[in-house]
Design a protein around this ligand. Structure first.
Ligand code: PEP
Length: 251
């Protein structure tokens, strides 16, 4: 059985004090959410304070990107070990916004994943097609390209620390959620790819989150799909009451 994993992706939102205030508001009500891993991916400057505020709670803190070098002349970058030092346990890599606006490629995604895992972080690797690609009927081709190249060279052991997030780009921040059937279809396809690359046991144990306008009123239906193991949630993770409902989807 795969343990559910609901993670908020706060993107470029919330100051340090707003982040800490959020955690203080939700920590009691999410404490009872058993059987689910809970995470928040926050902006770099808030990570240390947020991680400190989450000590003793069941909320894990992660970053939304990292670099693959450990140190050196790479102005503006943050190394995986620095994220651990700040209190992070995971990092989101390859989000479509980074691919669209910041030149992220499958190759850089792959380098970042390897560096993050080597430093001891868990990874959420995002994949997913643009609207135009879905309309051209190349969803599986695009997703395969992201999975095969993004995870190239990883071992079965390393895959124990990797979660895949399927995020159709047309559903991110648009209010247009993939139907549970659409999500399940691609999730099953991804699990099939994982089986081809890493074997049956890994395919069965890797968690695949769905992301794209997940909300309290659709999370249950999505989570009921056999290959949907969690959610990566943007907008609906920003408000305490909505976050609490998302992580308590099973109740
Ligand atoms: C995301 O940021 O990964 C995301 C899925 O955003 P939203 O839930 O707002 O669509």
């Amino acid at each position: 059985m795969r343990r559910a994993f609901i993670a908020g992706n706060w993107k470029l939102n919330k100051t340090i004090s707003e982040s800490v205030e959020f955690v203080n508001a939700v920590k009691a009500s999410v404490a009872g959410a058993t059987g689910v891993d809970i995470g928040i991916g926050a902006q770099f400057a808030a990570l240390k304070s947020l991680a400190d505020a989450c000590k003793g709670t069941n909320i894990k803190i992660g970053a939304q990107d990292c670099y693959w070098e450990e140190s050196g002349a790479f102005t503006g970058e943050v190394a995986p070990a620095m994220l651990i030092d700040a209190g992070c346990s995971f990092v989101i890599i390859g989000h479509s916004e980074r691919r669209q606006f910041f030149g992220e490629t499958n190759e850089t995604v792959n380098r970042k994943i390897k560096a993050a895992l080597a430093a001891g972080l868990e990874v959420i690797m995002c994949c997913g097609e643009m609207l135009e690609e879905r309309e051209r009927g190349v969803t599986n081709k695009v997703v395969k390209d992201h999975i095969v190249n993004g995870l190239a060279g990883l071992t079965v052991e390393q895959m124990k620390k990797v979660t895949v997030a399927y995020e159709p780009v047309w559903a991110i921040g648009t209010g247009k959620t993939a139907t549970p059937a659409q999500a399940q279809e691609v999730h099953a396809f991804i699990r099939g790819l994982l089986k081809e690359i890493f074997g049956e046991a890994t395919a069965q144990s890797v968690r695949i989150q769905y992301g794209g306008s997940v909300k309290p009123d659709n999370v249950k239906e999505l989570m009921a799909q056999p290959d949907v193991d969690g959610g990566l949630v943007g907008g609906a993770s920003l408000k305490p009451d909505s976050f609490e409902k998302l992580v308590n989807f099973g109740k």
